[in-house]
Design a protein around this ligand. Structure first.
Ligand SMILES: Cc1cc2nc3c(=O)[nH]c(=O)nc-3n(C[C@H](O)[C@H](O)[C@H](O)COP(=O)(O)OP(=O)(O)OC[C@H]3O[C@@H](n4cnc5c(N)ncnc54)[C@H](O)[C@@H]3O)c2cc1C
Length: 403
C-alpha cells in the first residue's frame, strides 16, 4: 500500500490538530499520524487555556471552570493576589475533550487521521519525503511534500532529523484531587525552595469540586530530590497544610515541559511545532498558546510554498525566520527575567520580592500590565517603576542583552 499527500503531521495532539485544520481549510491535503488508539489520552496538563488561545481555536464547550485571578504565596506566606473578581483571566479545560475537539476540527476541514500509526523511518529527497508508517502493525509507504513533527516533548521527528534540543526541560507533576479548600474562580500558586525549587506549585479549580495540584522544576534545581517529594512537602507545609488536609487523589500525572526553541526547527522538508520544537513558556510552562501561534503566524506563506511545490530549505527558513526568531527572542527574554526575579533567588530574596509585589502600587501595576501571554513588558515595568526593584535594573539589562 502507498499514499501521497501534501503534508504528513506526526502527532495528533492539540498543535498537530490545529496545524491540520489551518492547512486543510486552505486546500492542502493532510494526513495526521497518532501513535495511540485514541486522541487526547494520555495527557499531562493543568488545562489552562488563555482567552486569546481559546478564541483562536474555539472549543469553549470544553471549559470546566473559569478563573479570575491567582493568589500567589511567597515562601514565608506573603500573599500577592493578582486579578479582579468577575473579570475572566483564563479558562481551565478538560484536556481530553479539548484535544479531541481541535483534532476533529482538522478532520472536518478535510485532514485524514490514522490512529495506531507512527513513522518507522523517513527519508528526505529533493522532491519530497518518503515515510514508512507502521499502522495497526502493517507498514504503509507515504510520500509527502512536507513532514511536520508535532509529536510532543520526546519528538521522534526531532531526534530522527537531529534538529537540536529545547533549551530547558522542566519536569511537571500533578495530581487531581477532591477535598481542597480553595476560593471559587481563583487559582493559587505556592513558591519557595521546599515546594518547587526555582519555579512554583499550583492549585487550579477544575470544576465539580475537584482541583489540580501540581508543580514544576528542573533536575538541576531539584538536586536529587524527587518531584513527588516536593508535592509531599507542599501539602505538609506548616503554613498551608490545613488547606490540604482533606485532599484525596483521584489521578496522577508526570511529564516533561520543553521550553526554549530548538536550534533548527526547520531542516530540509521537515518542520517542528509545539512541544517538539520547545515552545512552552519559560514563565508558566504553558505550551498550547505558543504552539498555536507558531503555525498561525506562518500559515499563508507556508501554504503558498506547498502549492507552488517550492519547499526548499531556503524558502522554509525564509518563511519561518522572522516570526519564529521573534518568538525565540521573547522566550529568551522571559527566561532571563524569570531567572532574575524568581528562579535564581534564594527564599530570602524571593520573600523580599514578594513584600514588594504586595505593595498596593505594585499590585495595581501588575493588574494593569500583567498579561500571562506577555510577561516581558510586566517585568520591565516592575524594574522601571518600582523603586525597590531599580537596583536590579542594571543586572536585568545585562541579562537581556546576553539572552
Ligand atoms: C504537568 C503539566 C502541566 C501543564 N499544564 C499546561 C497548561 O495548563 N496550559 C498549557 O498551555 N500547557 C500546559 N502544559 C504543557 C502542554 O501540555 C503542552 O505544551 C502541549 O500538550 C503541547 O501540545 P503538542 O501538540 O505540541 O504536544 P502533545 O500534547 O504532547 O501531543 C503530541 C501528540 O503526538 C503523539 N505522538 C508522539 N510521538 C508520536 C509518534 N512517534 N508517532 C505518532 N504520534 C506520536 C502523542 O501521542 C500526542 O498525541 C503542561 C505540561 C505538563 C507536563
Amino acid at each position: 500500500m502507498s499514499l501521497e499527500v501534501d503534508v504528513v503531521i506526526v502527532g495528533a495532539g492539540p498543535v498537530g490538530g490545529r496545524a491540520a485544520k489551518l492547512l486543510a481549510e486552505r486546500g492542502v491535503s493532510v494526513l495526521m499520524l497518532e501513535e495511540h488508539e485514541e486522541v487526547g489520552r494520555p495527557f499531562q496538563c493543568a488545562g489552562l487555556v488563555t482567552p486569546s488561545a481559546m478564541d483562536a481555536v474555539g472549543g469553549h464547550h470544553t471549559v470546566l471552570q473559569e478563573v479570575d485571578g491567582a493568589l500567589i504565596h511567597g515562601p514565608s506566606g506573603t500573599l500577592v493576589p493578582v486579578g479582579t473578581e468577575g473579570t475572566l483571566r483564563t479558562y481551565v479545560v478538560c484536556r481530553k475533550r479539548f484535544d479531541q475537539f481541535v483534532v476533529q476540527e482538522g478532520m472536518a476541514a478535510g485532514a485524514k487521521l490514522w490512529l495506531n500509526a507512527s513513522p518507522a523511518s523517513a527519508t528526505v529527497s529533493e522532491d519530497g519525503v518518503k515515510i514508512d508508517v507502521v499502522r495497526d502493525g502493517k507498514t504503509v509507504s507515504v510520500k509527502t511534500k512536507l513532514l511536520i513533527g508535532a509529536d510532543g516533548a520526546h519528538s521522534w521527528t526531532r531526534r530522527q532529523f537531529r534538529m537540536g534540543r529545547p533549551k530547558e526541560l522542566m519536569i511537571g507533576y500533578q495530581v487531581e484531587v477532591t477535598g481542597y479548600d480553595g476560593r471559587d474562580r481563583w487559582l493559587e500558586m505556592y513558591s519557595g525552595s521546599e515546594v518547587a525549587p526555582g519555579f512554583f506549585a499550583w492549585v487550579i479549580p477544575s470544576g465539580f469540586g475537584t482541583h489540580r495540584i501540581g508543580l514544576w522544576s528542573t533536575a538541576e534545581r531539584l538536586q536529587g530530590r524527587s518531584i513527588q517529594s516536593c508535592y509531599h512537602d507542599l501539602i505538609n507545609h506548616p503554613l498551608w497544610q490545613e488547606r490540604f488536609q482533606n485532599v484525596a487523589t483521584v489521578a496522577e500525572f508526570c511529564g516533561p515541559i520543553p521550553s526554549g526553541m530548538v536550534k533548527t526547527p526547520v531542516k530540509d522538508r521537515v518542520m517542528l511545532l509545539g512541544d517538539a520544537a520547545g515552545m512552552a513558556k519559560p514563565t508558566t510552562g504553558g505550551g498550547l498558546g505558543p504552539g498555536f501561534h507558531q503555525i498561525q503566524c506562518i500559515i499563508d506563506p507556508l501554504v503558498a510554498a506547498i502549492n507552488e511545490d517550492g519547499l526548499t530549505q531556503r524558502r522554509l527558513r525564509t518563511i519561518t525566520k522572522k516570526p519564529w526568531e521573534a518568538m525565540r527572542k521573547e522566550q529568551d527574554r522571559a527566561r532571563a527575567l524569570r531567572n532574575l526575579l524568581v528562579s535564581d533567588c534564594s527564599d530570602e530574596k524571593l520573600d523580599n520580592h514578594f513584600r514588594n509585589f504586595a505593595h498596593p502600587d505594585t499590585l495595581s501595576l501588575i493588574n494593569r500590565i500583567g498579561d500571562i501571554e506577555k510577561p516581558v513588558p510586566l517585568g520591565m515595568a516592575l524594574l522601571k517603576n518600582v523603586p525597590a526593584f531599580r537596583g536590579l535594573a542594571m543586572r536585568a539589562g545585562v541579562r537581556l542583552l546576553l539572552s
